[in-house]
Design a protein around this ligand. Sequence first.
Ligand code: GDG
Length: 462
Amino acid sequence: MARVVVVSNRVAVPNRDGATRAGGLEVVLRSFLKRNQGVWFGWSGRTVAKGEEQVRELKHSGVTYITTDISRGDFQEYYNGFANRMLWPILHYRLDLVEFSSREMAGYLRGNEMFADRLQAFLEPDDVIWVHDYHLLPLAKALRERGVENKIGFFLHIPFPPPDLLTALPKHERTILSLCHYDLVGFQTDNDANNLADYLTDECRMPSRDRRTFIAGTRMMRIGVFPVGVEMAEFERLARRMAKVTAVREVVRSLADRSMIIGVDRLDYSKGIGTRMRAFEQFLTSYPRWRGSVTYLQIRRIDETVGRVNGHYGEAAWTPIRYVNRPYGRSTLAGLFRSSRAALVTPLRDGMNLVAKEYVAAQDPEDPGVLILSRFAGAAVECQAALLVNPYDQEAMAAAIDQALSMPLDERKARHSTMFKILSENDIKDWGTRFIAALTRPVPVAVPRLAASASSYLAAAE
Ligand code: GDG
């Protein structure tokens, strides 16, 4: 198999004791590179003065990590600016939060060109390049302009909205349409894939075969769906072991045997933590019989609602919501997942959401907890047996909490085993292999002449 060069903005470079930072993308890519000892290229995590950027290389457990610094100015525009103030909200359907600046868009394109320059310096002719996430949409275009003809694939970890939202992005063709320079563009769900197909067909008038294969100039670009998963059996074993360790048992003991509902999120508006807190408040109002017997543990989030709910309903011996604003180790999380009666995973919009899948993996099959999951998380496609909720509907969420806590054992077991089976069939072990196989599969086509409308559109994007 050819060498795979994985490219992402963040690179989980192991530090001296082999530890790495957490985050959905890092968890997934680390798992891929553990099996396919390639190269992982991206930003070093350092910003420096212009002209002082350094490239570093490190080998660890068969993986070569190559990282580059970014100048402070470029970082501000490429990362903080365009990627996070523009693309992140738009791709999460939040037009209300978008702050566009053409200067930042130029910085974003420049940031991608800088990455392309650095990357090209160590590429070999048969390397397969696999680019990740919204920071690097135009990277293939920048590489092609430098003469790179290697296979290049792209995977988007976050949602991809319909054309009406995409076209609210000023000069959207500069970024969105540049996806056509990849050989394969992968998404978490069919919904995301269909949205790109709609954009290319309806907005850009690009010819396609079956809305999954598009002709762009002399290139062909394919769209595929590759939902990320988790290592189900390993996570179950970890959770079984960890549920017994002191750190986890202490948390459970401190709740004085009350049922625990758990939420674990990165601090981000897309995760819907505010509406979830209000739904829990509504639950205590509408279902008073649970007062005093259930505690909601939210890891990693500060919110003023916490104070309001605790002030109103709390008693000397019972704090309804506990929030822990610090990261826990992955193993401790696994143990906490297994020790809780329900999980609240209610993002307003999420590419996939690994916490949902990890929660299912972590359960005791003989006495599983209940997953309450937003219908707007990519994970909902495979987790139809969860209690699916609309995260904008507080009353429905409050009812789902009540339903989860009252659910008979047989129903909990049935829902859990259905999900465990489906998620095990899409274990993360095979995810990368499937993507790379699809990317490198020979595609025998004669590329037809480009339709005039698409050709003029592409020209406008230059
Ligand atoms: C992006 C997309 C997509 C969380 N807190 C701690 C901790 N975590 C771990 C979880 C999980 C990961 O981080 C979070 O993954 P998510 O998928 O939930 O979310 P994002 O970071 O937003 O990831 C997402 C993902 O990419 C993969 O494609 O699913 O939709 O937004 O593994 O367990 N881990 C540790 N301590 C914590 O406090 N150790």
